[in-house]
Design a protein around this ligand. Structure first.
Ligand code: ADP
Length: 739
């Protein structure tokens, strides 16, 4: 149990410090609410607040949490201010700067990012009362009551109240011991986060891993901001390399904390085990599935510095680190890092910003880095570390295109003869296969043969997807579902509804017909809706209990399936259709990652990619495994169009249930767009998703040169025309979705 006296967790009145005489100072308090500025409060007498203090303050009839961002002299304040009620903790200056920066960058309310930061604090019972354990200053002539208290505290650290109760003494006895230093506040409850064992060694690194680790070690010990792109093929050992860097950071400074971001919760579990094994202690894990009280515990442990390794999904970036010394963003290309509702942000980009504010290095790891990161690496803004071979004897899989124009599947089938052969061979060899199709359900579309009607979700511009397991038609956008009707809801024709196209359930049906003896499973967010079921499926696959896994992108990421030697991509062209800015990039990354699941041990792997467009640059680069060629081409196209990473984009989305107000406001907003050099505003246009649950949507797209302060531009624009009630305006800076 580590003992320390953190500058935080001082609570309300009991810990008050005498303040300066004169009129009370004014504390400017940022509240985690959609307000346009911090609110002023009076500093209570007996308190000396400082920026970063987390306080409780009255707001109307409520009491809310907030953070002091500034203090000023109260002289001259002519209106009576409400007093701050108490102090609950402290945010480091870097954490506070980061949340303020984040709100501004995202063109959101000043307290919006703070809300994310304080989220953990809202859960469970606040640990307002610190716990105490015996300290150094224990007098020799202890009274029996005092001795009893210290014995209790030695057994387990307890709060004041619990100590007096457990020892059966009055609270003044406990207070006396605290005053003399015989009891001291401890940072950890006994079930807190064990410190990492830094004596433990990781696996012996191979030559290229060692070279990369040496560069990282140097950066980490220098302790300054730098961004590194750790660009290594799937299975090259990127994780081993960045864990070495983490070990280095933790050893170099006994208070250092390391944050490892992962895109998916399902990946977190495997990574957690790996880290626990490497450091002999489980890291703190932060994601949406963590129950409330545990969140609170992690929040406190991160703030006090007790949790030294934190692994988490994107929102972990907003935790109140006391001393963040290294940030690792694994699978940095993954679009799950983009949060596109509520507070909108791209966690990879924000990680780099936080690293800069914390003056800490940032490692971005991927086998298929984002074009933005590759560009930064090529420009020399990021250090570029490459691992071009798999570790040990494993080789990268051989990638072949299956031209569906030449060898199409039979009508109503999706697996072409060459892919069926490969599946047969793999099954006969006792190996595993993965069939990849990034579409949930049975069929993405249900159509009436009689009238041509495509079944849509009510009041929503989205097709209904047929799900056979659930025997329902489901809207993936709104969650609406209904039983499949007997007759067309449009023309009333009976037995006229047909399922069009395949989803994973339909491919599974075909696989079962082709290979009745095989053990087949489907892995999608429908069959594995939570971490436990995803883990069960991943475990079964890793243990060789499944012969053919039919999967969406849920199975494409990071997993290590030792017996998997064949990957078949059912429809490689899905992601290219109706393409947005990143369609090609995303398809290239996804298919490279899926292919990379094959042959991760001695046995070589194969990836067969079914496509109708084998000449498309994405397909030819995949087949030749020539990422550079693809990158060159894609960058040239983006540059010609002034798109990221050469220019910047922002989307402005207007939504309302009242079409007239929406129309009027969008026109007013268009007219009010400030003129600025290097900025172009397109729109308003009807959004591709023009109607969701009766809410109509319109969009603007803003394109700016890189030198433009886009946040300032958007903030100025927003101030010019206030939205009327019932019209919602959302700014999406650096958008990934164009729907
Ligand atoms: P990546 O993150 O680049 O996909 P991993 O770090 O997951 O690669 O490594 C792939 C596999 O190879 C893992 O099972 C890992 O434990 C193993 N591995 C990587 N490097 C080493 C090493 N130096 N010694 C032993 N095993 C290694």
């Amino acid at each position: 149990m580590s003992v320390h006296t953190p500058p935080i967790a001082r609570e309300g009145s009991g810990e008050a410090v005498p303040g300066p005489a004169g009129p009370p100072r004014v504390a400017e308090v940022l509240l985690p609410l959609p307000l346009s500025e911090p609110y002023d409060y009076a500093e209570p007498s007996g308190f000396v607040l400082r920026p970063g203090d987390i306080v409780q303050a009255p707001l109307g009839p409520r009491s809310v949490l907030g953070v002091v961002v500034a203090l000023r002299d109260g002289a001259g304040t002519n209106r009576p201010l409400k007093e701050i009620e108490g102090r609950l903790g402290w945010l480091s200056p870097a954490t506070l700067s980061f949340v303020q920066w984040a709100s501004r960058y995202a063109v959101d309310a000043p307290g919006a990012a703070l809300a994310l930061c304080l989220r953990g604090l809202r859960h469970g019972h606040p640990r307002l009362s610190p716990r105490f354990a015996p300290g150094a200053a224990i007098p020799s002539n202890l009274s029996p009551t005092r001795r009893r208290v210290l014995e209790m505290a030695a057994a387990t650290a307890l709060t004041r109240v619990d100590l007096s109760r457990a020892a059966g003494v009055s609270s003044s006895v406990v207070a006396g011991l605290i005053a003399m230093g015989a009891l001291v506040e401890v940072s950890a409850a006994p079930d807190g986060f064990a410190p990492p064992d830094l004596e433990r060694q990781g696996p012996r690194l191979n030559a290229s891993q060692s070279a990369a680790a040496a560069v990282l070690a140097k950066l980490v010990t220098a302790g300054a901001f730098a961004t590194v792109l750790l660009d290594g093929v799937t299975g090259s050992g990127k994780t081993e390399v960045y864990l070495e860097a983490a070990a280095e950071a933790l050893s170099a400074d006994p208070r250092a904390q390391v944050l490892i971001l992962l895109p998916e919760i399902a990946l977190t579990v495997a990574a957690l085990d790996r880290i626990a094994e490497r450091f002999g202690a489980a890291p703190a894990a932060w994601h949406s599935g963590v129950p409330g009280p545990q969140r609170r515990k992690i929040w406190d442990a991160v703030a006090s510095g007790e949790a030294r390794i934190v692994i988490g999904a994107r929102s972990a970036l907003f935790l109140p680190f006391a001393r963040l010394s290294l940030i690792i963003v694994d699978e940095e290309h993954d679009e799950a890092y983009k949060q596109d509702n509520g507070f909108i942000y791209q966690a990879r980009d924000f990680a780099v910003a936080r690293g800069k504010i914390e003056d800490a290095p940032v490692i971005l790891a991927s086998a298929t880095p984002s074009l933005e990161s590759l560009w930064n690496a090529r420009q020399g803004r990021y250090q570029w570390l490459r691992l071009s071979d798999r570790h040990g004897s494993a080789k990268l899989p051989q990638v072949e295109l299956l031209d569906l124009r030449r060898t199409p599947p039979d009508a109503g089938r999706w697996i072409s003869p060459p892919l069926a052969h490969a599946l047969t061979d793999t099954l006969a060899a006792g190996r595993q296969s993965l069939l990849f199709l990034n579409r949930r359900g049975y069929a993405p579309l249900v159509l009436c043969r009689a009238c041509g009607e495509k079944l849509k979700s009510p009041n929503t511009e989205s097709w209904l997807v047929e799900h056979r397991y659930r025997n329902r038609l489901v809207c993936h956008l709104t969650g609406f579902s209904m039983p499949k009707p007997e007759a067309c809801p449009h023309c009333g024709a009976r037995d006229s509804l047909v399922s069009v196209g395949p989803g994973v359930e339909r491919v599974e049906e075909e696989v079962r017909q082709l290979f009745p003896q095989a053990r087949v499973a489907v892995f999608s967010s429908d069959t594995a809706p939570d971490t436990a079921s995803a883990q069960a499926l991943i475990g079964a696959m890793a243990q060789g209990e499944i012969d053919i896994l039919v999967a969406t992108q849920a199975a494409a990421k990071g997993h290590d399936f030792p017996g998997l030697t064949l990957v078949g991509v059912v429809d490689a062209d899905v992601g290219l259709r109706g393409g947005d800015l990143r369609a090609a990039e995303r398809t290239f990354q996804l298919l490279t990652q899926v292919a990379g699941r094959a042959g991760r041990r001695a046995e070589p792997g194969r990836a067969l990619i079914q496509t109708w467009a084998p000449d498309h640059p994405v397909m030819t680069s995949l087949a030749s495994q020539d990422r550079e060629a693809f990158t060159d081409l894609e960058l040239a196209e983006r540059e010609a169009a002034g798109l990221p990473p050469f220019g910047r984009l922002a989307a402005v989305i207007l939504a309302s249930s009242d079409p007239e107000r929406l129309e009027a406001y969008s026109r007013a907003l268009a007219a009010a767009a400030p003129n600025a050099d290097g900025v172009q505003v397109f729109g308003p246009a009807e959004a591709p998703l023009a109607l969701i649950r009766g809410i109509r949507r319109k969009r603007f797209l803003v394109r700016a040169e890189k030198t433009v302060d886009l946040a300032a531009y958007l903030a100025a624009w927003r101030l010019r025309v206030r939205p009327p009630t019932r019209v919602r305006v959302t700014f999406d800076v650096d958008p990934y979705s164009f729907l």
